[in-house]
Write a protein that binds this ligand. Structure first.
Ligand SMILES: [Zn+2]
Ligand SMILES: [Zn+2]
Length: 322
């Protein structure tokens, strides 16, 4: 399941702790009941923004303790953690919340109204998750079952009545790499470096701030930004190296290429990465790999310090070819 934690989507804290929910009979499916901007279908950044907007509406408009849903699912199969597991939701209506977790499919009654296959898979992912970890039973119902509302809209409700089946096939197959094509005639498209050192505290994850542009012919990197933003999806050969000091003998430091939302701080996934074991001396660590860089997202070179001591990055370099 592609979970986006509350921290990752920038949730506000609940006003008071939600009531504990040991388990439920199952799940009730919802839609937003209002207009959803259709541009969201092609722009995952807008999904987190909508979840934040819904939370604000529930807390400031409805006067609720927190967002009313247990989980919210976007058209890119991401499952945003609402109140989450074992917390009483508020979206099902008074007296009906302890019976079912509330799962929102992020479509509305105008604009984006049709749940795509990725969203249906995501809702199933959330249902499987609350069954496995949240004590949810087998029921899958719509908000309108037992409550006077149009929610979850005709399309989601029909799917619920059909038994909420998983769509056939993978909604977003990743392209299969063709190493021969990828390796032929590689051109350097980005070459970034650093100025001055940065420190990674024990347990911390740090995105390298790229302050030096050795080469950026197509403007993929904005000055001093940690992220680079591909303009079109393609295979790229990414090489990330870091010269570190203070990396204690036997301690693990991970070099990893992470995929993030184009703006904001939400990490979508990690691509290749490698644990490097310290020697106790100044060392250059390198990772290199082929990555499918999507034109929709941003990418960063991150260090994760799994050791007990701070590690200092004296300098780092990022070279990308395609
Ligand atoms: Zn509803
Ligand atoms: Zn999305």
């Amino acid at each position: 399941m592609k979970l986006v934690t509350r921290k990752q989507w920038g949730a506000r804290s609940p006003r008071t702790a939600a009531s504990h929910l040991a388990g439920t009979k199952g799940v009730k499916v919802h839609y937003t009941g209002s207009r959803v901007d259709p541009r969201m279908a092609d722009d995952h950044d807008r999904c987190a923004a909508l979840v934040r907007q819904i939370q604000n509406g529930h807390m400031d408009g409805n006067g609720w303790n927190d967002i009313g849903y247990s989980f919210c699912v976007c058209p890119h199969r991401y499952v945003f953690e609402g109140r989450g597991l074992h917390k009483l939701p508020a979206a099902n209506g008074a007296g009906l919340n302890s019976g079912h977790y509330a799962v929102l499919g992020m479509v509305g009654n105008e604009g984006l109204t049709v749940p795509n296959d990725a969203m249906l898979h995501g809702i199933r992912d959330a249902i499987d998750h609350v069954r496995a970890k949240g004590g949810a039973g087998k029921e899958i119902k719509g908000h309108r079952d037992g409550y006077s509302t149009d929610c979850p809209g005709a399309k989601l409700y029909k799917w619920v009545k059909d038994g909420a089946p998983r769509p056939k096939g993978d909604p977003t197959p990743e392209p299969v790499p063709d190493p021969e094509t990828a390796a032929a005639a590689l051109t350097l498209v980005l070459d970034l470096g650093t100025e001055g050192s940065v420190t990674v505290a024990p347990g911390a994850r740090l995105s390298i701030p790229w302050t030096v542009e050795h080469a950026d012919p197509s403007g993929l990197h904005a000055a001093k930004s940690a992220a680079w933003l591909p303009k079109a999806a393609d295979w790229h050969l990414v090489t990330f190296s870091a010269i570190v000091t203070g990396h204690q003998k036997g301690e693990r430091l991970k070099l990893v290429i992470g995929e993030y939302e184009r703006t904001g701080n939400i990490r979508l996934k990690d691509h290749f990465g490698e644990d490097k074991i310290g020697h106790g001396t100044r060392t250059e660590h390198t990772v290199s790999g082929l990555v499918w860089l999507s034109g929709d997202h941003g990418y960063r070179a991150d260090l994760v310090n799994h050791g007990a001591e701070s590690v200092t990055v004296a300098s780092a370099r990022l070279r990308i070819a395609r």
